[in-house]
Design a protein around this ligand. Structure first.
Ligand code: G
Ligand code: G
Ligand code: MN
Ligand code: NA
Length: 249
C-alpha cells in the first residue's frame, strides 16, 4: 500500500503532528484536552485519521504511531502551566500486544507527567475482545492513577454490563446522539437516561460533538459533566494550545 509506505516515512521523519481539542466543564472552564493525530501530506495535503488510522491498524504501524502520540501528548501536557488533563485515544491493537501498561509507565517516566493527568480513551470493541486480560490491564492502569474513558458510547455493540464490570471513570456519549437531540426527542431521552445511569455508577459523562450553544445548554440541563465540540473550541494546533489555555484560564 503506497499510503502505508508514506505513513511509515512520515512517522520516522517527524511528519505527524497533534492537534489538541479542549473539553469544558459546565462553567466553560477547561477540564482536559484531547490529543488528535494529524498528517499533513507534503503533496496530498491533510489526510484525515479516518483514512490513515485503519491503514496503520492493518499494517502494525499503529503500535509505533500510538507510542509517538502518547509520548508527544504527555510531553506537551507536562509543559502546560495548567493542571488540565490530557486525553489520548488508544487503539485495540495496543491491548492485543500486551505491553500497554509498560508503555504507559515508561512514557509517564520519560515525560514527567503525573499519572493523574492522563486519560486514556478506549472504544467499546476493546471491552468485547479478550475480556479477562483487558480487565486486568485496565485495573493495572487505574492502579497507576490513570483515568479510563469509554469513547463513542452508544455506537458499538456494547453491553451495559461493561459499565460496571470494567473500571471506567467516564463515558463519552457519541456525537450522533447530540446531533439528533434537537429534532428527535428520543435522542434526548437516551442522553438523559445515560446520564442518570452513569451517575448512579459514579461515572462522569462527556457530551461530544457539541456544535451549537443551544445543544450546550440542553446537555448542561441534562446533567452532562463535560462538553466537547466545535461550539466551544475546535481542535487547535500544538502551537496555539498553551496560549489558549492561558487566555481561558
Ligand atoms: O480528529 P478526527 O475527528 O478527524 O478523528 C477521527 C477519528 O480518528 C476519531 O475517531 C479519533 O478517535 C481517531 N483518532 C484521532 N487521533 C487518534 C490517535 O492518536 N489514535 C487513535 N487510535 N485514533 C485517533
Ligand atoms: O472518536 P473521537 O471522539 O476520538 O473523535 C474525536 C473527533 O471528533 C475528532 O476528530 C474531532 O475533530 C471531532 N470533533 C470534535 N468536535 C466536533 C464537533 O463538534 N462536531 C463534529 N462533527 N466533530 C467533532
Ligand atoms: Mn476520542
Ligand atoms: Na468519540
Amino acid at each position: 500500500h503506497a499510503l502505508e509506505t508514506e505513513l511509515r516515512a512520515a512517522l520516522a521523519a517527524d511528519g505527524l503532528a497533534l492537534a489538541f481539542q479542549p473539553l469544558f466543564g459546565p462553567d466553560r472552564e477547561i477540564t482536559s484536552c484531547e490529543a488528535l493525530v494529524r498528517w499533513n501530506h507534503p503533496e496530498r495535503g491533510p489526510i484525515p485519521p479516518s483514512e490513515f488510522i485503519p491503514i496503520a491498524e492493518q499494517s502494525g504501524l499503529i503500535i509505533p504511531l500510538s507510542r509517538w502520540v502518547l509520548h508527544t501528548a504527555c510531553a506537551a501536557a507536562a509543559e502546560w502551566q495548567s493542571s488540565c488533563r490530557i486525553a489520548v485515544n488508544l487503539s485495540p491493537a495496543q491491548f492485543i500486544r500486551g505491553d500497554l501498561l509498560a508503555t504507559v509507565m515508561t512514557v509517564l517516566e520519560e515525560t514527567g507527567l503525573a499519572a493523574e493527568r492522563l486519560e486514556l480513551e478506549i472504544t467499546e470493541g476493546v471491552l468485547m475482545d479478550n475480556t479477562e486480560r483487558t480487565l486486568e490491564t485496565l485495573k493495572q492502569l487505574r492502579g497507576l492513577g490513570v483515568s479510563l474513558v469509554l469513547d463513542d458510547f452508544g455506537t458499538g455493540y456494547s453491553s451495559l454490563s461493561y459499565l460496571h464490570r470494567f473500571p471506567l471513570n467516564k463515558l463519552k456519549v457519541d456525537r450522533s446522539f447530540v446531533q439528533r437531540m434537537g429534532a428527535d426527542p428520543s435522542a434526548r431521552a437516551i442522553i438523559s437516561a445515560v446520564v442518570a445511569m452513569s451517575h448512579s455508577l459514579s461515572l462522569a459523562v462527556t457530551a461530544e460533538g457539541v456544535e451549537t450553544l443551544d445543544q450546550f445548554e440542553l446537555l448542561r440541563a441534562e446533567g452532562c459533566d463535560t462538553f466537547q465540540g466545535y461550539a466551544l473550541s475546535r481542535p487547535l494546533p500544538a502551537s496555539q494550545i498553551a496560549r489558549y489555555m492561558r487566555d481561558h484560564g
